[in-house]
Design a protein. Structure first.
Ligand SMILES: Cc1cc2nc3c(=O)[nH]c(=O)nc-3n(C[C@H](O)[C@H](O)[C@H](O)COP(=O)(O)OP(=O)(O)OC[C@H]3O[C@@H](n4cnc5c(N)ncnc54)[C@H](O)[C@@H]3O)c2cc1C
Length: 295
């Protein structure tokens, strides 16, 4: 005789059809549930010895999270936009060129087709994220939605407060103001492609009509556990003409702003040593883009 279990276990995968449905499932399933975006971080949970017996609430069916809107004032992205579709949408654009590079160079093609911008921002324990520092240097903000409403906050504040999106809230959109500046994303790998960067550097820079740097926002990723603005170098570079400046030497004076982490990929001292190289590369690139734009 067949017996019916007293309690049917919840399905480990729920395909939500709307943001509200995802939030409702999260609320009812409680702490044992987790949002699933591209799955490229969550799929390695076992390797990190993390729990996998959760209810996964997939956002993949929610069309409104996959939109890309680009206009003169801003770029608006749904949180489920993949690295691959983002890079394709930004090809050839000036001010978000660094975001194109971050999306186009991270990981490998198969991962880029799955990994999402929302997952990149919300993976709190992933120091080597590439999109996150670039979005910070472009002054992005994010929209967080709960069942009772939504709020917009600067991405920098979201990161500073630990990105602890509770089970009441999920990240739906990313807003990037168009600044008319130039941007670049450089990354340093121990070997070749397909691995996490040991250090990365995102730069957004502006020039006055004579080619002097009049704006710089530099964010370094993968060196500390969270991306960090390189304030000393930002200040020091203002007023410089890049072609006449030894950016590498200048940057060396400010590397001690970082308390670099050691792990099996690289020791902290090596990560710090790479920063002046990345800074010089990034400024060379934006300066040459500036020159090209003036021809
Ligand atoms: C081999 C390999 C190498 C990689 N190398 C790089 C690299 O060099 N640089 C790089 O940037 N990326 C790299 N990635 C991809 C990286 O995993 C993703 O960029 C990202 O961190 C996770 O995105 P995801 O969409 O897969 O998120 P998921 O794995 O689905 O989720 C990650 C976390 O974010 C939460 N989350 C996801 N979306 C939301 C949301 N909308 N609101 C709230 N919480 C949310 C989830 O609940 C989960 O906790 C690599 C991946 C692999 C497998």
């Amino acid at each position: 005789m067949q017996t019916t279990p007293d309690k049917i276990p919840p399905s480990p995968l729920v395909l939500a059809n709307s943001v509200d449905e995802a939030l409702t499932v999260l609320k009812s399933a409680g702490p044992n549930s987790v949002l699933l975006a591209g799955g490229t971080w969550l799929m390695r949970a076992k390797a990190r010895q993390e729990a996998t017996d959760q209810v996964f609430v997939s956002l993949s069916r929610i069309e409104e999270l996959q939109t890309i809107e680009i206009n003169e004032d801003a770029i608006n992205l749904g949180s489920m936009v993949t690295h691959d579709s983002l890079s394709k949408a930004l090809v050839g654009m000036q001010d978000p060129a660094g975001l194109f590079q971050a999306a186009n160079k991270s990981a490998n093609p198969a991962v880029r087709r799955m990994a999402t911008i929302g997952g990149n921002i919300c993976t709190t324990v992933f120091p080597a994220a590439d999109l996150l520092p670039m979005l910070l240097s472009l002054n992005a903000s994010v929209k967080l939605k709960s069942l009772s409403g939504s709020r917009n906050i600067p991405l920098a504040d979201f990161v500073a407060t630990g990105r602890q999106s509770t089970h009441d809230e999920l990240l739906t959109n990313i807003h990037i103001p168009r600044c008319g500046h130039f941007s670049s994303h450089s990354r340093m790998l121990m070997r070749k492609a397909g691995e996490y960067p040991v250090a990365n550097l995102s730069l957004c820079a502006g020039f006055d009509p004579t080619g002097i740097v009049n704006y710089a926002r530099i964010v370094v990723g993968s060196v500390e556990t969270r991306p960090k603005q390189w304030i000393g170098l930002e200040r020091a570079i203002l007023g410089a003409r890049i072609a006449a400046t030894d950016v590498k030497a200048l940057a060396k004076s400010y590397v001690d702003e970082f308390d670099a982490r050691d792990d099996t990929d690289a020791p902290g001292w090596y990560r710090k040593r790479m920063l002046p190289v990345l800074a010089a590369r990034a400024f060379k690139e934006v300066a040459s883009e500036y020159d090209r734009s003036t021809r």
